[in-house]
Structure formats: C-alpha cells, structure tokens
Design a protein around this ligand. Structure first.
Ligand SMILES: Nc1ncnc2c1ncn2[C@@H]1O[C@H](COP(=O)(O)OP(=O)(O)O)[C@@H](O)[C@H]1O
Ligand SMILES: [Mg+2]
Length: 257
C-alpha cells in the first residue's frame, strides 16, 4: 500500500499564509479529488507535497508511508514514487522528451531489469494510448507542444516512470473531450494496487470519468467539506458560493467561481 498523509499543514509564501491547517490522507488505491476556487491554495498544496523550495511549511507534517518527507529534496520524493503533474508544464529547450524519460527512469529505478528497448516500447505504447503523435517524444520537452499535448505529456511521464502517488494539478484544463477521455482512461488503467492519486480540478467532467473515491473542497487554504462524487456534482451545479459565504469571503468576481 502507498500512503500519503498530510497533517495540520500550514504553508506560507513570502510571509503570506496560504494553507491553514490541511488534513488529508490518501491510501492506495484511493483517488481523491480537490476542488476549489482560484487562489484557494490548490497548486500550493501540490507543490509543497513535491517539495518546491519557495513554499515554507510553518506547521504540520507530510508523511509518505509513515515517514516524514519534509526534509527530502523533490528528486528524493520522486524516488519514493511521488509524482506531480504541473498545472503549467515547463518548456526545456535542448532536452529531448525521450532522453528526459530515459534519464528519469534510470534515476528513479536504478535496479530495473527493463532494457532500453523495452522502455522505448513502453513510451511508444503509452503515447499511443494518450493519443500523442508518434514523433512527439523525439522533440524537446514541451517545446512547441500544444496545451493539451503538454498535459498528456505529463501523464506519459506518470505512466512510464511508474509513479505510485500522483498529484494531478488541473491536468484536465485545456484538454478537449477526446484528450480528456485518453487521460482519464490512462489514469484508470493504473488504478488499483499500490497506485493512489490526488486530482486537482475546477471541473466535474474529469471526475465523471475518474469517479474519485473522495471529493474535498478547498477554500482559503482550508478543506471546508469532504464527501463523495455527489459533492462534486453539487459544486458543478451551485458553485462555491455557499462555501465561500461560510468562510466569510465576499464574492467580488463571479469568474472566480
Ligand atoms: N510567489 C508567490 N508570492 C505570493 N503569493 C503567491 C505566490 N504564489 C502563489 N501565491 C498566492 O497564493 C494563493 C494560492 O495560490 P495557488 O496555490 O496557486 O491557488 P490555486 O491553485 O488554488 O488557484 C493565491 O492567492 C496566490 O496569489
Ligand atoms: Mg492552481
């Protein structure tokens, strides 16, 4: 089993309090979804789990399989099986996507018996499953990829690097209906056993495919409601107004909802 536990997590950026006491436990094979308005701290949570140096944990704990990971570097966290699909994937000129995947795989799984040929075959198979063009892995990482290709390229990493606990930060944003289906099917295909995931999203549509076990609402750095898929449907229908009002937050811009 893979277990990610977040206990009373408080996080600041440049002295500004962003997360204000998050408690969340994800045990494989569960898939949890977090929904919340813009600026509520969703990406902060994703980034801090992965160890982004900009965020300061001022209180609380993050445990992976019962051990604190707060002192670990991002690559050390990745070696445990943690994976983050970025909301805004970075373009890296001069680094072919194939090479990136091969080097990451060597680093994450140094004792693998998988040959390079087998790994390349896996990249090809999974690219096809995700509806990605065959030559895409030969191009520089994310350079000139469309928005949807970037998001699917993140999932290609998750699949080929055999991540165990994946955090998907708005992977569905910018995907057309077909791509959304490719991505959902790909995530569903690795569900079960030691794989668990935290899916961050604004929209219920990816959750219709993924059918998460739990849904949480994040408002102003706090989880203000938890439930099952029905909670997501309720949010889809009524928006975050009720939850924002309960937190005493005035709605100034309808677009935020
Ligand atoms: N580098 C930063 N400096 C100051 N504030 C930041 C920084 N990055 C994010 N924030 C603020 O933190 C809050 C949460 O941001 P974020 O986690 O990206 O929210 P979400 O992903 O839910 O939209 C926002 O108010 C945002 O402006
Ligand atoms: Mg975000």
């Amino acid at each position: 089993m893979t277990k990610l536990e977040i206990k009373n997590l408080h996080v600041e950026i440049e002295g500004k309090k962003i997360l204000k006491g998050i408690n969340l436990t994800i045990s494989s094979p569960e898939v949890h979804a977090i929904m919340g308005p813009n600026g509520s701290g969703k990406s902060t949570l994703a980034n801090v789990i992965m160890g982004h140096p900009r965020y300061e944990v001022t209180k609380g704990e993050i445990l992976f399989n019962d051990k604190s990971i707060l002192d670990l570097e991002p690559d050390e966290r990745a070696k445990l099986g943690l994976f983050l699909s970025f909301q805004y994937p970075m373009e890296v000129e001069g680094l072919p996507f194939n090479t990136f995947l091969q080097e990451a795989n060597k680093s994450l799984h140094p004792k693998t018996e998988q040959t390079l040929m087998e790994f390349k075959k896996l990249i090809k198979e999974k690219s096809k499953e995700l509806g990605l063009k065959e030559d895409l892995p030969q191009r520089d990482l994310n350079v000139g990829f469309s928005g949807g290709e970037k998001k699917r390229a993140e999932i290609l990493q998750m699949l080929t690097l055999k991540s165990k606990m994946a955090i998907l930060d708005e992977t569905d944003s910018g995907l057309d209906i077909d791509s959304l289906k490719f991505v959902s099917d790909a995530v569903n295909s690795v569900r079960g056993g030691e794989f668990g995931a935290l899916v961050i999203t604004h929209y219920v549509r990816i959750l219709n495919h993924l059918k998460p076990d739990f849904v949480h609402v994040l408002v102003d750095g706090k989880i203000v409601a938890s439930g099952d898929k029905k909670l997501a449907d309720e949010l889809d229908e009524k928006g975050y107004v009720k939850f924002l009002a309960e937190q005493g937050i005035e709605i100034k811009n309808e677009e935020l909802l």
